[in-house]
Design a protein around this ligand. Structure first.
Ligand code: CP
Length: 322
Protein backbone atom coordinates (compact mmCIF):
# COMPACT_ATOMS: atom_id res chain seq x y z
CA UNK A 1 0.00 0.00 0.00
CA UNK A 2 1.38 3.45 -0.83
CA UNK A 3 -1.11 5.93 0.61
CA UNK A 4 1.03 8.75 1.99
CA UNK A 5 -1.99 10.46 3.57
CA UNK A 6 -2.84 7.34 5.61
CA UNK A 7 -3.65 8.00 9.25
CA UNK A 8 -5.31 5.97 11.97
CA UNK A 9 -5.90 9.16 13.96
CA UNK A 10 -4.71 9.59 17.55
CA UNK A 11 -6.36 6.57 19.20
CA UNK A 12 -7.58 3.06 18.35
CA UNK A 13 -10.86 2.65 20.22
CA UNK A 14 -12.79 0.28 17.97
CA UNK A 15 -13.13 -1.16 14.47
CA UNK A 16 -16.49 0.61 14.22
CA UNK A 17 -14.49 3.84 13.74
CA UNK A 18 -12.20 2.53 10.96
CA UNK A 19 -12.76 2.30 7.22
CA UNK A 20 -12.18 -0.91 5.26
CA UNK A 21 -9.02 0.69 3.77
CA UNK A 22 -7.65 1.47 7.24
CA UNK A 23 -8.30 -2.10 8.40
CA UNK A 24 -6.66 -3.58 5.29
CA UNK A 25 -3.68 -1.28 5.80
CA UNK A 26 -3.22 -2.57 9.38
CA UNK A 27 -3.45 -6.19 8.18
CA UNK A 28 -0.89 -5.53 5.41
CA UNK A 29 1.47 -3.76 7.82
CA UNK A 30 1.16 -6.72 10.22
CA UNK A 31 2.18 -9.06 7.39
CA UNK A 32 5.39 -7.02 7.01
CA UNK A 33 6.06 -7.16 10.76
CA UNK A 34 5.43 -10.93 11.21
CA UNK A 35 8.93 -11.84 10.15
CA UNK A 36 10.56 -9.93 13.05
CA UNK A 37 9.30 -12.55 15.51
CA UNK A 38 11.02 -15.30 13.45
CA UNK A 39 14.47 -13.66 13.74
CA UNK A 40 17.15 -14.84 16.14
CA UNK A 41 17.34 -11.30 17.53
CA UNK A 42 13.70 -10.20 17.69
CA UNK A 43 14.29 -6.48 17.88
CA UNK A 44 14.13 -3.50 15.50
CA UNK A 45 14.48 0.21 16.40
CA UNK A 46 11.11 1.28 14.98
CA UNK A 47 9.82 2.77 18.27
CA UNK A 48 13.16 3.66 19.86
CA UNK A 49 12.68 6.61 22.20
CA UNK A 50 8.90 6.09 22.57
CA UNK A 51 7.46 5.37 26.01
CA UNK A 52 4.37 3.18 26.35
CA UNK A 53 2.30 2.41 29.44
CA UNK A 54 0.16 -0.74 29.57
CA UNK A 55 -2.74 -0.21 31.97
CA UNK A 56 -4.46 -3.54 32.60
CA UNK A 57 -7.38 -3.10 34.99
CA UNK A 58 -8.83 -6.55 34.12
CA UNK A 59 -7.05 -9.93 33.95
CA UNK A 60 -5.30 -10.80 30.67
CA UNK A 61 -2.73 -13.29 29.46
CA UNK A 62 -2.70 -13.06 25.63
CA UNK A 63 -3.38 -9.36 25.08
CA UNK A 64 -1.10 -8.04 27.80
CA UNK A 65 1.88 -10.23 26.95
CA UNK A 66 1.33 -9.75 23.23
CA UNK A 67 1.38 -5.93 23.56
CA UNK A 68 4.47 -6.17 25.76
CA UNK A 69 6.29 -8.35 23.21
CA UNK A 70 5.22 -6.09 20.34
CA UNK A 71 6.49 -3.00 22.19
CA UNK A 72 9.79 -4.60 23.19
CA UNK A 73 10.41 -6.03 19.70
CA UNK A 74 9.96 -2.49 18.33
CA UNK A 75 12.38 -1.13 20.99
CA UNK A 76 9.89 1.04 22.90
CA UNK A 77 10.41 1.73 26.61
CA UNK A 78 7.47 0.17 28.44
CA UNK A 79 5.90 -0.21 31.86
CA UNK A 80 2.89 -2.34 32.75
CA UNK A 81 0.50 -1.54 35.56
CA UNK A 82 -2.44 -3.52 36.95
CA UNK A 83 -5.04 -2.13 39.32
CA UNK A 84 -3.80 -4.38 42.14
CA UNK A 85 -0.65 -2.78 43.47
CA UNK A 86 -1.38 0.64 41.95
CA UNK A 87 -2.97 3.73 43.53
CA UNK A 88 -6.28 2.74 41.91
CA UNK A 89 -6.77 0.60 45.03
CA UNK A 90 -6.55 3.85 47.07
CA UNK A 91 -9.37 5.41 45.05
CA UNK A 92 -7.40 7.26 42.36
CA UNK A 93 -9.51 7.86 39.23
CA UNK A 94 -8.57 6.59 35.78
CA UNK A 95 -7.96 10.11 34.52
CA UNK A 96 -5.79 11.05 37.49
CA UNK A 97 -3.74 7.90 37.02
CA UNK A 98 -3.26 8.70 33.33
CA UNK A 99 -2.46 12.39 33.94
CA UNK A 100 0.23 11.40 36.42
CA UNK A 101 1.71 9.04 33.86
CA UNK A 102 1.54 11.84 31.25
CA UNK A 103 3.54 14.02 33.64
CA UNK A 104 6.37 11.48 33.23
CA UNK A 105 6.35 12.18 29.46
CA UNK A 106 4.83 9.13 27.82
CA UNK A 107 3.70 8.64 24.20
CA UNK A 108 1.05 5.91 24.30
CA UNK A 109 -1.30 4.15 26.67
CA UNK A 110 -2.68 0.65 26.10
CA UNK A 111 -5.72 0.13 28.28
CA UNK A 112 -7.88 -2.84 29.28
CA UNK A 113 -10.80 -1.86 31.48
CA UNK A 114 -14.02 -3.44 32.71
CA UNK A 115 -16.16 -0.46 31.69
CA UNK A 116 -17.38 -0.02 28.12
CA UNK A 117 -16.21 3.38 26.88
CA UNK A 118 -13.13 3.61 29.13
CA UNK A 119 -10.66 3.82 26.19
CA UNK A 120 -12.61 6.57 24.42
CA UNK A 121 -13.05 8.45 27.70
CA UNK A 122 -9.30 8.36 28.33
CA UNK A 123 -8.38 9.23 24.74
CA UNK A 124 -10.49 12.38 24.96
CA UNK A 125 -8.67 13.52 28.08
CA UNK A 126 -4.97 12.90 27.48
CA UNK A 127 -2.71 13.91 24.57
CA UNK A 128 -1.03 10.48 24.31
CA UNK A 129 -2.35 7.90 21.85
CA UNK A 130 -4.73 5.44 23.51
CA UNK A 131 -5.16 1.86 22.30
CA UNK A 132 -8.16 -0.12 23.48
CA UNK A 133 -7.09 -3.57 24.69
CA UNK A 134 -10.71 -4.47 25.55
CA UNK A 135 -13.29 -2.27 27.30
CA UNK A 136 -16.23 -3.98 29.02
CA UNK A 137 -18.53 -5.49 26.40
CA UNK A 138 -17.79 -2.72 23.86
CA UNK A 139 -14.80 -3.59 21.61
CA UNK A 140 -11.47 -5.40 21.50
CA UNK A 141 -10.12 -4.02 18.21
CA UNK A 142 -6.71 -5.71 18.12
CA UNK A 143 -8.43 -9.07 18.69
CA UNK A 144 -10.76 -8.34 15.77
CA UNK A 145 -7.75 -7.45 13.62
CA UNK A 146 -5.76 -10.56 14.54
CA UNK A 147 -8.82 -12.71 13.85
CA UNK A 148 -9.17 -11.04 10.44
CA UNK A 149 -5.52 -11.51 9.48
CA UNK A 150 -5.68 -15.18 10.53
CA UNK A 151 -8.79 -15.74 8.39
CA UNK A 152 -7.19 -13.92 5.43
CA UNK A 153 -3.99 -15.98 5.76
CA UNK A 154 -5.98 -19.22 5.48
CA UNK A 155 -8.83 -18.35 3.13
CA UNK A 156 -7.26 -15.63 0.98
CA UNK A 157 -9.85 -12.88 1.50
CA UNK A 158 -13.32 -12.07 2.75
CA UNK A 159 -15.61 -11.84 -0.29
CA UNK A 160 -18.16 -14.63 -0.23
CA UNK A 161 -16.97 -15.82 3.18
CA UNK A 162 -19.42 -16.81 5.95
CA UNK A 163 -18.11 -16.27 9.47
CA UNK A 164 -20.26 -17.27 12.44
CA UNK A 165 -19.60 -16.05 15.98
CA UNK A 166 -20.83 -18.68 18.42
CA UNK A 167 -21.76 -18.46 22.08
CA UNK A 168 -21.80 -15.63 24.58
CA UNK A 169 -22.23 -12.76 22.13
CA UNK A 170 -24.04 -10.67 24.75
CA UNK A 171 -20.98 -10.05 26.92
CA UNK A 172 -18.41 -10.15 24.13
CA UNK A 173 -16.28 -7.21 23.00
CA UNK A 174 -14.57 -9.66 20.63
CA UNK A 175 -17.92 -10.30 18.91
CA UNK A 176 -18.52 -6.57 18.35
CA UNK A 177 -15.06 -5.95 16.92
CA UNK A 178 -15.40 -9.03 14.68
CA UNK A 179 -18.81 -7.94 13.43
CA UNK A 180 -17.70 -4.36 12.60
CA UNK A 181 -14.41 -5.44 11.06
CA UNK A 182 -15.55 -8.46 9.03
CA UNK A 183 -18.62 -6.73 7.59
CA UNK A 184 -16.42 -3.83 6.43
CA UNK A 185 -14.01 -6.30 4.84
CA UNK A 186 -16.84 -7.89 2.84
CA UNK A 187 -17.59 -11.11 4.77
CA UNK A 188 -21.09 -12.23 5.75
CA UNK A 189 -21.33 -12.54 9.53
CA UNK A 190 -23.65 -14.74 11.59
CA UNK A 191 -24.16 -15.17 15.30
CA UNK A 192 -25.37 -18.28 17.09
CA UNK A 193 -26.24 -18.95 20.72
CA UNK A 194 -29.06 -19.16 23.24
CA UNK A 195 -31.52 -16.22 23.18
CA UNK A 196 -30.28 -15.20 26.62
CA UNK A 197 -26.74 -14.69 25.28
CA UNK A 198 -27.62 -12.76 22.11
CA UNK A 199 -28.15 -8.99 22.41
CA UNK A 200 -31.67 -7.78 21.54
CA UNK A 201 -31.81 -6.44 17.96
CA UNK A 202 -28.42 -7.96 17.05
CA UNK A 203 -29.81 -8.32 13.48
CA UNK A 204 -29.61 -4.52 13.20
CA UNK A 205 -25.81 -4.83 13.13
CA UNK A 206 -26.23 -6.60 9.77
CA UNK A 207 -25.70 -10.16 10.99
CA UNK A 208 -27.65 -13.36 10.37
CA UNK A 209 -28.95 -15.10 13.50
CA UNK A 210 -28.82 -18.89 13.89
CA UNK A 211 -30.81 -20.66 16.54
CA UNK A 212 -29.09 -24.03 16.35
CA UNK A 213 -25.39 -24.81 16.24
CA UNK A 214 -26.01 -27.35 13.46
CA UNK A 215 -27.46 -24.65 11.14
CA UNK A 216 -24.57 -22.33 12.00
CA UNK A 217 -21.94 -24.97 11.19
CA UNK A 218 -23.68 -25.86 7.93
CA UNK A 219 -23.58 -22.16 6.81
CA UNK A 220 -20.07 -21.28 7.94
CA UNK A 221 -16.59 -21.24 6.45
CA UNK A 222 -15.27 -19.96 9.78
CA UNK A 223 -16.51 -20.45 13.35
CA UNK A 224 -15.25 -17.96 15.93
CA UNK A 225 -16.19 -19.64 19.20
CA UNK A 226 -16.55 -17.41 22.24
CA UNK A 227 -15.83 -18.10 25.86
CA UNK A 228 -18.81 -18.18 28.20
CA UNK A 229 -18.00 -15.14 30.36
CA UNK A 230 -19.20 -16.67 33.62
CA UNK A 231 -17.68 -13.81 35.64
CA UNK A 232 -20.11 -11.37 33.96
CA UNK A 233 -23.19 -13.60 34.39
CA UNK A 234 -25.03 -12.57 37.52
CA UNK A 235 -28.26 -14.46 36.83
CA UNK A 236 -29.39 -17.63 35.08
CA UNK A 237 -28.33 -17.16 31.46
CA UNK A 238 -27.82 -20.91 30.96
CA UNK A 239 -29.23 -23.92 32.83
CA UNK A 240 -25.80 -25.51 33.41
CA UNK A 241 -22.41 -25.78 31.72
CA UNK A 242 -23.19 -29.41 30.84
CA UNK A 243 -26.44 -28.50 29.12
CA UNK A 244 -24.75 -25.60 27.34
CA UNK A 245 -22.14 -28.01 25.96
CA UNK A 246 -24.80 -30.48 24.87
CA UNK A 247 -26.83 -27.85 22.98
CA UNK A 248 -24.25 -25.27 21.81
CA UNK A 249 -20.81 -26.78 22.24
CA UNK A 250 -18.66 -27.24 19.12
CA UNK A 251 -17.72 -30.92 18.98
CA UNK A 252 -15.95 -33.12 16.44
CA UNK A 253 -19.21 -34.98 15.94
CA UNK A 254 -21.06 -31.78 15.01
CA UNK A 255 -18.27 -30.62 12.67
CA UNK A 256 -18.38 -33.95 10.80
CA UNK A 257 -21.91 -33.14 9.66
CA UNK A 258 -20.91 -30.10 7.64
CA UNK A 259 -19.93 -30.60 4.02
CA UNK A 260 -16.78 -28.44 3.92
CA UNK A 261 -13.81 -27.78 6.16
CA UNK A 262 -14.55 -25.09 8.75
CA UNK A 263 -11.77 -22.94 10.17
CA UNK A 264 -11.94 -22.86 13.97
CA UNK A 265 -11.05 -19.68 15.88
CA UNK A 266 -11.32 -18.91 19.60
CA UNK A 267 -10.01 -15.72 21.20
CA UNK A 268 -9.10 -17.52 24.43
CA UNK A 269 -9.09 -18.24 27.26
CA UNK A 270 -11.06 -21.41 26.44
CA UNK A 271 -13.50 -23.34 28.60
CA UNK A 272 -12.64 -26.77 27.22
CA UNK A 273 -15.62 -29.11 27.29
CA UNK A 274 -18.05 -26.18 27.51
CA UNK A 275 -18.11 -23.98 24.36
CA UNK A 276 -15.44 -26.07 22.57
CA UNK A 277 -14.35 -29.69 22.92
CA UNK A 278 -10.65 -30.46 23.19
CA UNK A 279 -10.58 -32.52 19.99
CA UNK A 280 -11.82 -29.42 18.11
CA UNK A 281 -9.57 -26.94 19.94
CA UNK A 282 -6.53 -29.11 19.20
CA UNK A 283 -7.81 -30.52 15.90
CA UNK A 284 -6.67 -30.02 12.31
CA UNK A 285 -9.07 -27.13 11.58
CA UNK A 286 -8.03 -25.11 14.64
CA UNK A 287 -5.95 -21.95 14.11
CA UNK A 288 -6.23 -20.83 17.74
CA UNK A 289 -2.49 -20.65 18.41
CA UNK A 290 -1.87 -18.95 15.05
CA UNK A 291 -4.26 -16.23 16.26
CA UNK A 292 -1.95 -15.72 19.24
CA UNK A 293 1.15 -15.57 17.03
CA UNK A 294 -0.56 -13.09 14.69
CA UNK A 295 -1.56 -10.95 17.66
CA UNK A 296 2.02 -9.80 18.17
CA UNK A 297 2.35 -8.67 14.52
CA UNK A 298 -1.03 -6.91 14.59
CA UNK A 299 -0.06 -5.03 17.74
CA UNK A 300 3.30 -4.09 16.23
CA UNK A 301 1.44 -2.72 13.21
CA UNK A 302 -1.00 -0.72 15.32
CA UNK A 303 1.78 0.72 17.50
CA UNK A 304 3.84 1.63 14.42
CA UNK A 305 0.96 3.26 12.52
CA UNK A 306 -0.39 5.17 15.54
CA UNK A 307 3.08 6.51 16.25
CA UNK A 308 3.05 8.08 12.77
CA UNK A 309 4.79 5.35 10.80
CA UNK A 310 3.94 5.28 7.10
CA UNK A 311 2.52 1.98 5.82
CA UNK A 312 4.84 2.00 2.80
CA UNK A 313 7.89 2.47 5.06
CA UNK A 314 7.17 -0.55 7.32
CA UNK A 315 9.30 -2.91 5.26
CA UNK A 316 12.36 -0.65 5.33
CA UNK A 317 11.84 0.42 8.98
CA UNK A 318 11.90 -3.16 10.20
CA UNK A 319 14.86 -4.04 8.06
CA UNK A 320 17.24 -2.28 10.44
CA UNK A 321 18.47 -4.53 13.24
CA UNK A 322 18.36 -2.71 16.59
N1 CP B 1 -8.20 -12.84 23.82
C1 CP B 1 -7.96 -12.17 24.95
O1 CP B 1 -8.30 -10.97 25.09
O2 CP B 1 -7.35 -12.90 25.92
P1 CP B 1 -6.79 -12.31 27.30
O3 CP B 1 -8.01 -11.95 28.12
O4 CP B 1 -5.97 -13.40 27.91
O5 CP B 1 -6.01 -11.07 26.98
Amino acid sequence: MSDRTFSLGKDLVGLEDLSADQIVCILDTAEAFKEISERRIKKVPVLRGKTIVNLFFEPSTRTKISFEFAEKRLSADTVSISSAGSSVTKGETLVDTARNLEAMKINMVVIRHGSSGAAKFLGERIPSSVINAGDGSHEHPTQGLLDAVTIRDHLGGFDGLNVCIVGDVLHSRVARSNIHGLLKLGASVGVCGPYTLLPADIEKMGVKVFHTIEEAIEWSNVLNILRLQLERMHSGYIPSLREYNQKWGVSKERLKRCSEEVLILHPGPMNRGVEIDSDVADGPNSVILEQVTNGVAIRMAVLYLLSGGAPEAAESAKGVIG
